[in-house]
Structures are given as C-alpha cells and as structure tokens.
Ligand binder design. Structure first.
Ligand SMILES: [Zn+2]
Ligand SMILES: [Zn+2]
Length: 270
C-alpha cells in the first residue's frame, strides 16, 4: 500500500493592497488580525508614490506578513517622478519584490498624456535593470499598455496585470508575454461577467488573487472598507466559478505567487 501524499494547506496571498493608506493604517493591528483569521499569510503593499515609499518600507520591515513594491501610479500628476536609476536604487531591499504600480490610466487622464507613457517606460526599464517583475495598472489604455510592454521588452521580467478587468483576448496577450493575471473583488460583483469569464479561463498556473484594498470590497462587503483579509472572498468566488475545491485554488494561486517572487517564501514559511 502506498502512503497517501498529504499536501499541507497553504495560506492565501493578497497580491495587491494599499495597507499604508490611512483608512487601513490607522487600524493596522486589526487589519493584520483579520488577515490571520482568514488564513491570509502575505499581502503586497503596492507603492503609488515616492513620497509614500519610506512608510511602506517601514511597514514591511516591521511586519513579516507584508511585502512592498516601489513605483509611481499613473494617476499621480504631482510629486517626484523618479529616474530609472532612482527606482533601481529604491528597489534594492529584498522585501521590495516588484516595480510598480505602474502603467497607464486614460480614465482619469482622457488626454492620454505623453508623460504617463514616458513614466511607464522608465518603470519597465528599471524592472529590467534590477531583474524584478512589474505590477501593471491599466484603465482604458489596454492597447498602449500592451504596446509599451512589448516595445520595452517587459517579457524579460514579467509580472502582474493587477485588478484585471479586460477581455479574455487581452488576457491571452498578457499571458503570452509571461504575465500573471490578478483577479480582484470585482469578480464577486453580479454584473462583472467579463471578469468572471477571465477568472474561469486563466490557466491555473498563471492566476493570482488580490483585494486592491481599501477599494473594491468584495461581496458581502461591497461598498464598505476593503482589507487584505477579504481576499478569501475573492478566492471563494474564483473557486466556485472554476468548479474547484477552495483549498486547491488557494494552493495554486499561492504557489504561483511564490514562483514569481521566490523571496516571498522566506516570509511565508519563517
Ligand atoms: Zn491599480
Ligand atoms: Zn493599487
């Protein structure tokens, strides 16, 4: 008789949140408690500005269940616009696992300014220089996002298409460049048919989960303050859509995260 292989259950990972924003940071211990209660072992705090980055670095150095990214969000019109060398320098700490969030946002900037594309190119070049993956934000700018990723050779580092809301055709283009698709709480919204469709079809070895908290709380918290612990509700809906057991879905998505960010395993299993 062969011994049954007993697979250890893995914790969940929230691949994208903003735990440094005041809504969450002012109750940090409660937010970390909710993570633990929901079996969430890691959360990535995505940088959105250079000014806010020291606080993120402090948070992730004090709390082993948090990891950081460094970058300037495409919505940011004011503040420091870092050079490639400055981004690479800020990304040196091991707990800074990726460059971002970066990308394009033509929803808030309908004039599609050139500076957004310049900044995005700088981030892609920095990611390539330091060998860390990208965290890509896209709103109403899909064709330019894909074009710039291609032109700048982002395939060399890959990364995450975060809070993915585009079609399956677009997902396939990102997958072909080696990117992972991260599904947010939007997947729990009744009318989000396109996101549900993508969540069903993304290859299991390229799927990640996130909250993008404090925004976009999943059902049953829709409209309320979101937090990393709620990534469990995202996982439940994706497992339901795929007809999978929840622990299998969690295992796959967490293994994906650990593959993309090998350093994170030292945080998850310490
Ligand atoms: Zn974003
Ligand atoms: Zn974000």
């Amino acid at each position: 008789m062969r011994d049954a292989v007993v697979k250890r259950a893995l914790p969940l990972v929230d691949s994208h949140c903003h735990i440094d924003f005041p809504e969450l940071a002012k109750n940090l211990s409660g937010v970390l408690d909710r993570m633990r209660e929901n079996g969430v072992g890691l959360a990535v705090c995505a940088g959105v500005s250079i000014e806010g980055f020291p606080k993120i670095l402090e948070l992730v150095q004090e709390n082993p269940q948090l990891l950081a990214t460094v970058g300037v969000h495409p919505e940011h019109t004011e503040g420091i616009d870092p050079t490639q060398a400055e981004l690479v320098e800020l990304a040196q700490a091991p707990e800074v696992i990726a460059i971002g969030e970066t990308g394009l946002d033509y929803y808030w900037h309908k004039d599609q300014p050139e500076w957004q594309r310049d900044r995005f190119r700088t981030h892609i070049r920095a990611a390539r220089e330091c060998g860390k993956p990208l965290v890509v934000h896209n709103r109403d700018a899909t064709q330019d996002v894909l074009r710039l990723l291609r032109e700048e050779g982002a395939e060399a580092v890959g990364g995450i298409m975060h809070c993915f809301t585009e079609s399956w055709e677009v997902a396939q283009e990102a997958l072909a460049m080696g990117f992972y698709i991260s599904i947010s709480g939007i997947v729990t919204f009744k009318n989000a048919l396109q996101v549900k469709d993508v969540a069903r079809r993304v290859p299991l070895d390229r799927l990640l989960l996130e909250t993008d908290s404090p925004y976009l709380a999943p059902v049953p918290y829709r409209g309320k303050l979101n937090q990393p612990g709620y990534v469990r509700h995202v996982a439940e809906e994706v497992a339901r859509l795929r007809g999978m057991a929840l622990d299998e879905l969690i295992r796959a998505s967490t293994e994906n995260f650990l593959r993309l960010f090998p350093y994170s395993s030292t945080r998850l299993f310490q």
